[in-house]
Design a protein around this ligand. Structure first.
Ligand SMILES: Cc1cc2nc3c(=O)[nH]c(=O)nc-3n(C[C@H](O)[C@H](O)[C@H](O)COP(=O)(O)OP(=O)(O)OC[C@H]3O[C@@H](n4cnc5c(N)ncnc54)[C@H](O)[C@@H]3O)c2cc1C
Length: 374
C-alpha cells in the first residue's frame, strides 16, 4: 500500500517537508489556502549558521550547522523535478563592524564563533575592499565567512511547489480549522467544511497558523507562538553599477544589525528589523535600514527603490523550533523563528525520519512541542 502524508502549511517548512516525504515514497497532500504567503515570502534567505550565531544557543547552533550541511544535496535533488530557479548562491558572507565599537562587537562574536567551531577568516579593510570594491573604506573590522550561503526564498519556494506538484502532490486550497477524533483515527477539518479522515501521517507546518488551530485532538493546543515582525527592503542596482556586491554583507552599525543580500536579477534585499509590535513596515525602521546599509555600501544611494514589506517570524519562547510527535500520527514542525529558511532542510528530513522510525540526528529533545504547555 502507498504510504501517505498530509502536510498543513505551504511555507518553506511545509513545502520542503512535502518534497522529502515524496523522496521517501509517500503520496503527499498539501493543505494551504495561499502557499508562500507567510514569513517565507518576506525572508532574506540567508543560509547562515555562522553569521547568525547567537550567544547561549548551543543547541540551536547544532541544528543550524546540520541543516546547512544538508542544503546542497537537497537543492540538487529539488532541481531534478523543476526548471525554476532557486537563487542559490555560494559566494559567502562578509561580517563587518562599522565604527570602532562595532568592530569590538564583531571581535567578541568571532571568539564565540571559534568556540562553537564555526570557521571565519580575518580580512584587512584593503583585502575586503579588493573582494568587494563597493564596500565603504570607513569600516573597522571585517571577516569572511565562506560557508554562509543564500537562496532567494520566493523563487526557491515556488521551485519547491512546482517540484512537488510535478511529482503528483495534491494541493487543497483551504484552511485547516481542527485536527480531532480519536488518535490514531484523526479527522482534519477545513474551513469549507470538508473533512479528511486520516490514517496518514499529518505534519502541522502552518507557521504561526499552527498555534491558531482551535480544534486540537487531545486537550488544548500546546504551541506558544508569537509573531516577531521584520521589515525588509528591495532595491534595484542600475545596470552600470552591477554587480554592486557579490557576497552577502552583514554589519553592525552603531550596534544595529543590517544585511545586504545580492540577488541574481540585479536587486538587493536589505534587512531586517525585529520587533514584537507594529505589524506593518515602520518608517523609522526603514530609515535605519537604508542609512545603515548606505553606511556600509555607499552606492546603495544610487539604486532604484522597489518595495518594503514586513513579515512575521514564528517565534517560540526559547527561539528553538517545535519539532516532534504530538499524537501517534501527527508531527508538529513550526516555530522556526529567524532561521526557517536555513532549518527547513533539517526540519523536513527529521519529520520523515520520525515518520519512518529512523534515528534522527541531532536528537530533537530540545524541540519537544509540549515543552511550553501550560
Ligand atoms: C524579514 C524576515 C527575514 C528573514 N530572513 C531569514 C533568513 O535570511 N534566513 C532564514 O533562515 N530565515 C529567515 N527568516 C525566517 C523565515 O522566514 C521563517 O522562519 C520561515 O519562513 C518559516 O516558515 P514556515 O513555513 O514555518 O512559515 P510560513 O512561511 O509563515 O508559512 C506558513 C504557511 O502556513 C499556511 N497556514 C497557516 N495557517 C494555516 C491553516 N490553519 N491551514 C492551512 N494552512 C495554513 C499559511 O498560508 C502559510 O503559507 C526571515 C523572516 C522574516 C520575516
Amino acid at each position: 500500500m502507498t504510504k501517505s502524508a498530509i502536510v498543513i502549511g505551504g511555507g518553506i517548512i511545509g513545502l520542503t517537508t512535502c518534497f522529502e516525504f515524496q523522496e521517501a515514497g509517500f503520496q503527499v497532500t498539501l493543505i494551504d489556502p495561499d502557499p508562500i504567503s507567510g514569513a517565507t515570502h518576506h525572508a532574506g534567505g540567508m543560509l547562515a549558521p555562522t553569521a547568525e550565531v547567537q550567544y547561549q544557543q548551543q543547541d540551536l547552533i547544532q541544528l543550524m550547522k546540520e541543516s546547512a550541511r544538508l542544503y546542497p544535496d537537497l537543492l540538487e535533488r529539488v532541481s531534478k523535478y523543476t526548471d525554476l530557479p532557486t537563487g542559490y548562491r555560494t559566494e559567502g558572507t562578509l561580517l563587518v563592524g562599522a565604527d570602532r565599537t562595532d568592530g569590538l562587537h564583531v571581535a567578541e562574536l568571532i571568539k564565540y564563533m571559534h568556540l562553537m567551531d564555526l570557521p571565519v577568516d580575518f580580512l584587512t579593510t584593503r583585502q575586503a575592499r579588493s573582494a568587494e570594491p563597493a564596500l565603504s573604506p570607513r569600516i573597522s573590522k571585517v571577516v569572511n565567512i565562506d560557508g554562509d550561503h543564500q537562496v532567494a526564498p520566493r523563487l526557491y519556494a515556488r521551485a519547491l511547489l512546482d517540484a512537488i506538484l510535478q511529482r503528483g502532490a495534491e494541493h487543497i486550497a483551504d484552511t485547516v480549522i481542527s485536527i480531532d477524533g480519536h488518535d490514531p483515527c484523526l479527522t482534519v477539518t477545513m474551513g469549507s467544511g470538508v473533512r479528511v479522515a486520516s490514517k496518514s501521517v499529518v505534519v502541522l507546518a502552518a507557521g504561526l497558523g499552527a498555534a491558531r488551530i482551535p480544534g486540537w485532538f487531545e486537550g488544548a493546543n500546546p504551541l506558544q507562538l508569537r509573531p516577531v515582525y521584520g521589515d525588509i527592503i528591495r532595491v534595484r542596482v542600475p545596470e552600470k553599477l552591477q554587480p554592486m556586491v557579490s557576497k552577502v554583507i552583514r554589519g553592525f552599525v552603531e550596534d544595529r544589525q543590517v544585511y545586504i543580500i545580492p540577488r541574481d536579477d540585479g536587486t538587493l534585499a536589505i534587512g531586517a528589523t525585529s520587533r514584537e509590535d507594529h505589524p506593518h513596515p515602520k518608517t523609522g525602521s526603514v530609515y535605519d535600514l537604508l542609512r545603515d546599509a548606505t553606511r556600509l555600501v555607499p552606492g546603495i544611494e544610487e539604486t532604484e527603490f522597489l518595495e518594503v514589506t514586513c513579515g512575521a517570524r514564528p517565534g517560540t519562547p526559547d527561539d528553538i523550533p517545535y519539532l516532534g510527535w504530538v499524537g501517534s500520527n501527527v508531527i508538529v514542525s513550526t516555530g522556526y523563528f529567524r532561521h526557517g529558511i536555513l532549518l527547513a532542510a533539517l526540519g523536513a528530513r527529521a519529520a520523515v525520519d520520525l515518520a519512518t522510525k529512523k534515528p534522527v540526528f541531532p536528537t530533537l529533545d530540545v524541540c519537544d512541542p509540549f515543552r511550553h504547555r501550560t
